[in-house]
Structures are given as structure tokens and as C-alpha cells.
Write a protein that binds this ligand. Structure first.
Ligand code: ATP
Ligand code: MG
Length: 314
């Protein structure tokens, strides 16, 4: 009888929807340790306004956020909320209107080799081989040719493209190009990797592979990652914490400590804590729209004649 009661209690617990704020002892302990690490990136009161002929556009409003060393942070937010503006400001490609960005205690005032960038679009030099693309930054920062070549090859091997060192970008798939872009960004040994939807143009299968590659790299080298994505699964799968921005103008909406234990594996995507986090992100990013909740429907747009009878699709 007692066994039956215990079984029923367990069943009841399993049926309760998981809470994304509830962390297992292991996850809680990991976050406690993570927050004791040094702060790599500190964003304080960051505001960015663009002056345009049509007036002032506030892209970012008073952002405050810190990233710990070797942390993996994902940023999620609706289109136009300022994610790219934020990462470009961290890279030193945009100047903030007010506020401050500190990297390892030094103020960011322009681009620098302490930050590596990977964008969605393929940004390799098409006229250079894979090896030459990766060597480029090293040579620019004063390394000799043979030292640059040696280091470049290490990073190319790290992303699994040793056999393609002498290939040109047009001979590579989209996923391979992004692996070269990651190798090139890491070759300068930055403190932080800034990634703006780096896998956004890849098909779902390649994207999943790239996520695993990136996780392996992150686990094996001393790098902090700040990663923008539109994909909720990608954010939960990769991140220690997710910074959720409000719709335009970008402000911090919520900072989520992902309750899914590390190291991650694709099977965890069906775990209660993964699904609970996804539900929370969906609530934040895609709140029910007014016309749907009130049951309103738009009229079907007629393509030919106003008097045509348009059959229902249902
Ligand atoms: N150079 C610029 N001049 C004027 N306005 C700009 C400039 N760059 C961005 N903006 C504006 O700032 C806001 C934020 O743009 P941003 O590209 O950062 O958004 P985003 O979150 O990256 O969008 P998406 O998810 O579509 O990539 C938008 O309203 C955009 O029009
Ligand atoms: Mg963007």
C-alpha cells in the first residue's frame, strides 16, 4: 500500500508542469560557481540612438548585463529590438550614445583583437584559401608567415577542416564556411566570441551539427561566447543564461538561467526543464496577438475578381 502511494505521488509530481525557475541541486551549484568567476564583459546603462532624417531611433535603452568568464550567453528578442546593434556596439563597430562597455576591466572604444566576430552572412575573402583566410588576421597583427601558418592550421584542424586548408570558399558548403569563420575569429585568441545569428542561413541538420561543434569548441578552450539567435531551441540548447530583450526599443526583459544540466545533448530537448524554458520564452517573445485572442479574422485577399467565390482552405 505504501509503495502504491509513493508511486502515485511520483506520478503526480511528473504530471506537474515543470517550472523554468526550478533548478536541480547540480544546476544550482553550477550557477553558484559560474557567478564566482571573474566578469569578462560588463555592459552598464547602455543606450544607443540613431539620428535619421525621419527623427531619432532609440535602438537600445539602458541595458545592464554582465557575462562571466567562459559563460555562454544567448540573446533572444523580436526582430528590430536591437540585438545586432548591441553586438556591434560590443564589437566597437557602433558607438553608444551613453553608457559603458568594459571587457576584462578595459573600456571598449573601437574594434580590437580581444573580440572575435562571426556574422550570419559568409564573410570569408573569396579570393583566399581557407588557410589564407585564417592566417589573414594573424599576419595583420604582426605574426610572421610561418608562425601564422602554423597557428592557422591548428585552428583549422580544431574545426575539422584540415583536408580543406587549400580549398577556396566557393568549394565549401555553408556549414564549412561558418566553421572557417569560427576558426578565423578564434585564431586571434580573443577573450570573447561575438556571434550574430551565425547559423541562421543553414538548413536544420547542418545547424544542429554546427551547434554541437560550437559546444565542443567552447568546452575545450578558454572562451566566453555572446550569441544572438532567433531560434528558441538553439538558445536553450547552447546557453548558460539567456538575455531576453523587449520589442523595440531594446531593453532587458528577463535574464533566464537555463535549468537544463550541462554538458548538453540533443536528447535533453524533450526534458521537462527544456520544455518549460521554451514555454517561458514563447510567452515572452510571441505574446498572443490581439486579433487572434478576440477571434477576429482578416478577409481573404482575392487575387483575381472581387466577385469570385474563394473556397475555404479548411
Ligand atoms: N545604422 C542605422 N541607422 C538607423 N537606424 C538603425 C541603424 N541600424 C539599426 N537601426 C535601427 O535600430 C533598430 C534595431 O535594429 P537591429 O538591426 O539592431 O535589430 P535586430 O534585433 O538585430 O533585428 P533582426 O532580428 O531583424 O536582425 C531598428 O529599428 C533599426 O531600424
Ligand atoms: Mg540583427
Amino acid at each position: 500500500m505504501t509503495e502504491l502511494i509513493a508511486e502515485l505521488q511520483e506520478l503526480e509530481t511528473n504530471l506537474e508542469p515543470a517550472d523554468y525557475l526550478k533548478q536541480s541541486a547540480t544546476v544550482k551549484d553550477r550557477f553558484n560557481r559560474l557567478k564566482q568567476r571573474p566578469i569578462t564583459l560588463e555592459i552598464s546603462n547602455l543606450t544607443k540612438k540613431f539620428e535619421t532624417p525621419k527623427g531619432t531611433i532609440t535602438a537600445l535603452n539602458n541595458i545592464n548585463f554582465s557575462v562571466y568568464r567562459r559563460e555562454f550567453v544567448c540573446v533572444i528578442g523580436p526582430s528590430g529590438c536591437g540585438k545586432s546593434t548591441l553586438i556591434r556596439t560590443l564589437a566597437g563597430l557602433e558607438t553608444q550614445t551613453s553608457g559603458q562597455v568594459m571587457l576584462n576591466g578595459k573600456e571598449v572604444a573601437g574594434p580590437g583583437p580581444d573580440r572575435g566576430m562571426v556574422f550570419q552572412g559568409y564573410t570569408l575573402f573569396p579570393w583566399l584559401t581557407v588557410k589564407r583566410n585564417v592566417m589573414f588576421g594573424l599576419e595583420c597583427s604582426g605574426h610572421g608567415t610561418s608562425a601564422s601558418e602554423e597557428q592557422a592550421m591548428q585552428w583549422i584542424e580544431m574545426v575539422g577542416l584540415g583536408k580543406f586548408a587549400d580549398s577556396y570558399p566557393y568549394q565549401l558548403s555553408g556549414g564549412m564556411k561558418q566553421r572557417v569563420a569560427i576558426a578565423r575569429a578564434l585564431a586571434n585568441q580573443p577573450k570573447i566570441l561575438l556571434m550574430d545569428e551565425p547559423f541562421g542561413a543553414l538548413d536544420a541538420q547542418t545547424r544542429a551539427k554546427m551547434q554541437s561543434y560550437l559546444m565542443d569548441i567552447w568546452q575545450n578552450i578558454d572562451i566566453t561566447i555572446f550569441f544572438i539567435t532567433h531560434d528558441l531551441d538553439e538558445a536553450i540548447y547552447l546557453a548558460d543564461r539567456i538575455l531576453v530583450l523587449k520589442p523595440h526599443p531594446g531593453e532587458v526583459q528577463e535574464i533566464i538561467e537555463v535549468p537544463v544540466p550541462q554538458p548538453r545533448s540533443p536528447e535533453q530537448m524533450l526534458s521537462p526543464e527544456f520544455l518549460a524554458t521554451k514555454k517561458r520564452l514563447e510567452e515572452l517573445i510571441h505574446p498572443p496577438c490581439a486579433s487572434q485572442s478576440s477571434g477576429d479574422h482578416l478577409d481573404v485577399v482575392k487575387m483575381v475578381n472581387k466577385n469570385d467565390e474563394v473556397p475555404s482552405v479548411f
